[in-house]
Design a protein around this ligand. Structure first.
Ligand SMILES: Cc1cc2nc3c(=O)[nH]c(=O)nc-3n(C[C@H](O)[C@H](O)[C@H](O)COP(=O)(O)OP(=O)(O)OC[C@H]3O[C@@H](n4cnc5c(N)ncnc54)[C@H](O)[C@@H]3O)c2cc1C
Length: 447
């Protein structure tokens, strides 16, 4: 099949082209789709040209950013993939202070640029996650208690709409579209640029305190009590570790319970109640924020099979940690993480007037990920993830933010927003994409 695209200056990667086998893969090895054409765009003009061509030729449209989304979100069989991976420029306006980010950038690109100015915005805990996909689906990261979600920090976006027009969305221009983009998902248009409000974040105190798992009850209770009235500057989470490479050899085969401390305030991190419990490891120290962000860097290209689940919790209790520890032990995947993160702070102050995202009252959230290499283990991992969600159900409140719903599920997506917000998102979608062009992934169903 030949695809000449009028006005397109980027690269078209077609089946049979040597680059095709690499270009059709994502971060997740379970995604194994064969698109009709992959349009590697250089700018918003290319995005509009590729989109126009797809609509004229009847090709389904998929949009690829950082490639961390689940199966069929960004890559699909026989589709036109509008690939933004070459659009990664980041411009920091240090006087604003704002940062403008092209639609295919990853958090690695953004953190590198903003840290040169001693500033930051809430980014993903894994640097290779795409900025646009992350932000459109909430954007939960280490700085969320201090700065809010990435969606909350979005100030302006440039969007190629379903009719291939480039528009600006902000509080002043197309405020309905802007509201929908702040967490309403990827079905309102192709975001070619995002502008975020930056905050001065340079050096932080961060790192792990860790204990053998038989200290879990005492550590959990002390951490829950500490976070109940902690300042917004204290973030991080509680994690279960097993054989992490940075753990010194004598403890490497010991299951550990750890608190990851992220302190953005002045002086020492206020974690003395935890230190009083005598951690076996105390790695908390001052470091540039960029070092914290790089702590969970993965080699590129990362070629594991990935599955993650998450949700909001009513409590962090020894019972919750016991469920997590059971599932850490039984996980049929060699890699992955278990994290319970404290919410509150700036996350709780967001409201429906400024963003469609719910979950603002939840005190805690969890995320559990599995990374594995053997396709034969796929069913066991799916069963394991379902079992974990079921065991946590008595402690779960509401529905997770879209970024933590790992499959296309209209019922869960609707529940994540609630009926009123869903209705408003549907009306905005009907206005901006009446022909259902952006129907993939966590698309808001047309009314
Ligand atoms: C290892 C891992 C760690 C993660 N960590 C976090 C975390 O800490 N916090 C969190 O909130 N989420 C996290 N996530 C979830 C992640 O944020 C979402 O899956 C997100 O959608 C990924 O975006 P992407 O651009 O990397 O992926 P893609 O697969 O490229 O895109 C995901 C979706 O966004 C759409 N999209 C991408 N770019 C654009 C664009 N420019 N315009 C319009 N639509 C676009 C795609 O079409 C697709 O529907 C993690 C996921 C993984 C696999």
């Amino acid at each position: 099949m030949r695809h000449a695209i009028h006005g397109f200056t980027g690269e078209l990667v077609l089946p049979g082209n040597p680059a095709y086998e690499v270009a059709r893969r994502t971060q997740d090895d379970t995604v194994d789709r064969r698109p009709a054409v992959i349009a590697r765009c250089r700018d918003s003009g290319d995005v509009a040209a590729a989109l126009r061509h797809a609509r004229e030729t009847g090709l389904a449209v998929r949009v690829r950013g950082g490639g961390h989304g689940p199966d069929r979100f960004a890559i699909d069989d026989d589709a036109m993939v509008i690939d933004l991976a070459s659009m990664r420029a980041v411009h920091v306006d240090s006087t604003g202070p704002r940062v403008r980010v092209e639609g295919g950038a990853t958090w690695r690109d953004v953190d590198r640029a903003t840290q040169a100015h001693g500033r930051a915005v809430t980014g993903a805990r894994i640097p290779s996650v795409g900025v646009a996909g992350f932000t459109l689906g909430s954007g939960s990261g280490w700085l969320e208690r201090k700065l809010g979600l990435a969606a909350d920090r979005l100030r302006r976006a440039r969007v190629v709409t379903a009719d291939a027009q480039l528009v600006t969305a902000s509080a002043e221009e197309h405020p309905d579209l802007f509201w929908a983009l702040r967490g309403g998902g990827p079905s309102f248009g192709i975001v070619t640029e995002l502008e975020f409000a930056l905050h001065p974040i340079d050096e932080v105190a961060a790192g792990l305190l860790a204990w053998p798992l038989d200290h879990a009850a005492a550590v959990t209770s002390a951490y829950a009590e500490l976070m109940a009235d902690a300042p917004d500057d204290l973030g991080g989470g509680l994690a279960l570790l097993n054989g992490a490479p940075f753990v010194p050899a004598p403890l490497r085969s010991t299951p550990l319970i750890a608190v990851l401390v992220v302190w953005t305030g002045a002086g020492d991190a206020p974690v003395s109640p935890l230190r009083a419990l005598g951690p076996a490891l105390d790695f908390v120290r001052p470091m540039p924020y960029a070092h914290l962000q790089a702590m969970f860097e993965s080699p590129e290209p990362y070629t594991a099979r990935l599955h993650g689940v998450g949700g909001f919790l009513t409590e962090l209790s020894p019972q919750v940690v016991a469920v997590l520890a059971d599932h850490q032990r039984s996980k049929p995947a060699p890699e992955g993480s278990m994290l319970v993160q404290p919410l509150g702070g700036a996350v709780a102050r967001g409201d429906a007037r400024s963003s469609p995202l719910g979950g603002r009252d939840a005190p805690w959230a969890y995320q559990a990920g599995a990374a594995w290499f053997d396709p034969d283990a796929d069913p066991a991992v799916a069963d394991w993830a379902a079992s974990l969600q079921a065991a946590l159900a008595p402690y779960t409140i509401g529905e997770a933010w879209p970024n933590f719903i790992p499959e296309r599920d209209a019922t869960r997506l609707r529940a994540a927003y609630g009926a009123d917000i869903w209705g408003r998102l549907q009306a905005i979608r009907a206005c901006w994409d009446p022909d259902d062009v952006f129907s993939a992934g966590h698309a808001i169903a047309l009314p």
